[in-house]
Design a protein around this ligand. Structure first.
Ligand code: BTN
Length: 245
């Protein structure tokens, strides 16, 4: 495994993207940073992580035959890989909050930022950025519903071993994409999905709160929600939020 360790960098995702433009790097090359000065989250948010306490890393994966239309399977595979690699020693339920946050009960323990490099209708390379809260005990007051592995299990972690295990498990689930076993991947994802089939309060993009139930994930990765009047609606990431967090 090719792991590049950095003390400080703006963002490991930005770094590995730039590196792959400059030199040929192998699939599954990993960049991990002790500290990110400009960590990036989904939808243009920032990712804050206390120096030296957590894992912030990116892995570059190359694909031979992966259609853009199947891109959500990558979110599924990465989420499942993270879930599988952190569940040892944790008795509380760990779930995937659509699209790809990892939760312990209602609190986020890891976030994923995937950036794809396309050629035509194909994903040629993906940069998978993962922020996993490991030893951080206290979080800024303005960040709600967040936790760390240490807060959940009370354990201390060997960060190097944990990183290697994460990559191994991400690779394991990415094999389902390479073998085009999309149905299996989706079933595994749905089985670990937070609030699947449960009455849940959502917020739409205008801030209106409504009750619904997640009943499926569409081919393109949209959240399929059954409303109170039994009508079904599909939402993308910008169109819906969980009202609780
Ligand atoms: C989110 O939940 O909003 C996604 C957070 C992703 C954070 C990780 S930390 C390592 C990598 N580099 C970044 O700048 N972002 C991702």
């Amino acid at each position: 495994m090719n792991i590049i360790k950095l003390d400080a960098i703006d963002s490991t995702n930005s770094y590995i993207k730039k590196l792959s433009n400059e030199i040929a790097i192998e699939s599954y090359t990993v960049v991990v940073a002790n500290h990110q000065t400009k960590g990036r989250g989904q939808l243009g948010t920032s990712w804050l992580s206390k120096k030296g306490k957590n894992l912030t890393f990116s892995v570059l994966i190359k694909f031979k035959d992966f259609k853009v239309q199947n891109q959500f399977y990558l979110s599924m595979a990465v989420s499942l890989g993270i879930l599988a690699s952190i569940k040892n020693g944790i008795s509380s339920p760990l779930k995937i909050k659509w699209p790809n946050d990892i939760l312990s009960v209602n609190n986020k323990v890891a976030g994923i930022l995937i950036e794809n490099i396309l050629r035509g209708n194909f994903i040629k390379q993906s940069v998978i950025g993962v922020g996993l809260n490991v030893h951080q005990k206290i979080f800024p007051e303005n960040i709600e519903n967040v936790t760390s592995l240490k807060n959940i299990s009370g354990n201390n972690y060997d960060m190097d071993a944990l990183l290697r295990h994460l990559i191994k498990m991400i690779k394991f689930y990415i094999r389902y994409i390479e073998k085009k076993e999309f149905k299996t991947l989706k079933n595994l994802y749905i089985n670990s999905l937070y609030n699947y089939n449960k009455p849940t309060m959502f917020k739409d993009k205008k801030g209106k709160v409504f009750l619904g139930k997640i009943i499926d994930i569409s081919e393109s990765g949209r959240l399929v929600v059954e409303l109170e009047n039994k009508k079904t609606c599909k939402f993308n990431l910008k169109e819906i939020k969980f009202a609780s967090n």
